[in-house]
Design a protein around this ligand. Structure first.
Ligand code: GRF
Length: 196
């Protein structure tokens, strides 16, 4: 156990931030012994930054020179600098639409995790719910995994299954998967908090 200490989190996202909301709720309800130290994005207009500000975390957008894909070494250094300034111990990617590279990975070995809306190794990459429907899956789910240099390829930490119902669209299925994500991700982070 960690002797009552709280785990300092850095959350990175590019979008809506519903997983960040779930993390904040878990902290507020005493289910997660963590502190939200920083919320960072590659997109200045991302809603996740607004949520981070409301939670009192340090927030910032660090915009890579390329519009998509890898962050690039300079941008990675900038993310790492801010996270270190805030003494972040665990980096959580929650809808972060960028590929993290060697600079970032070396700074936080086995301390960067990602949430993905499928039962990996199935349906890597974007639009995982649509991929599950196209494959005719009757069960899909979500995965929390360590981040490596690939896209959704790192070692799996935990998964939760979600049923696919007849008549599901990518949107209805994604919404059901997200409900499961909102339980799984705070629970996995809590396990890191308990094993420092
Ligand atoms: C989630 O479905 C997550 O699995 C994927 O991106 C989505 C982010 O959603 N990587 P939100 O921004 O947390 O609402």
């Amino acid at each position: 156990m960690n002797g009552g200490r709280v785990l300092r989190l850095g959350v990175l996202g590019s979008g809506r931030g519903s997983n960040l909301e779930a993390i904040v709720h878990a902290i507020d309800e005493g289910r997660l012994p963590a502190a939200l130290a920083a919320v960072l994005s590659d997109r200045p207009e991302a809603r996740i930054l607004e949520l981070g500000r409301k939670s009192g975390a340090r927030t910032g957008a660090i915009v890579p020179s390329e519009p998509r894909g890898p962050l690039g070494a300079g941008t990675e250094e900038e993310f790492v600098r801010v996270l270190r300034e805030e003494n972040v111990e665990l980096v959580v990617l929650a809808g972060f639409m960028r590929i993290v590279g060697p600079v970032f990975l070396a700074a936080y070995p086995r301390r960067i995790i990602n949430i993905h809306p499928s039962l990996l190794p199935k349906h890597r990459g974007s639009r995982a719910a649509a991929q599950a429907l196209a494959a005719g899956d009757t069960v899909t789910g979500c995965t929390v995994h360590y981040v490596d240099e690939g896209v959704d390829t790192g070692e799996i930490i935990a998964q939760r299954e979600v049923p696919v119902f007849p008549g599901d669209t990518a949107e209805t299925l994604q919404a059901r998967i997200q409900t499961a994500e909102h339980e799984l991700l705070p629970a996995v982070i809590a396990s890191f908090a308990g094993h420092e």
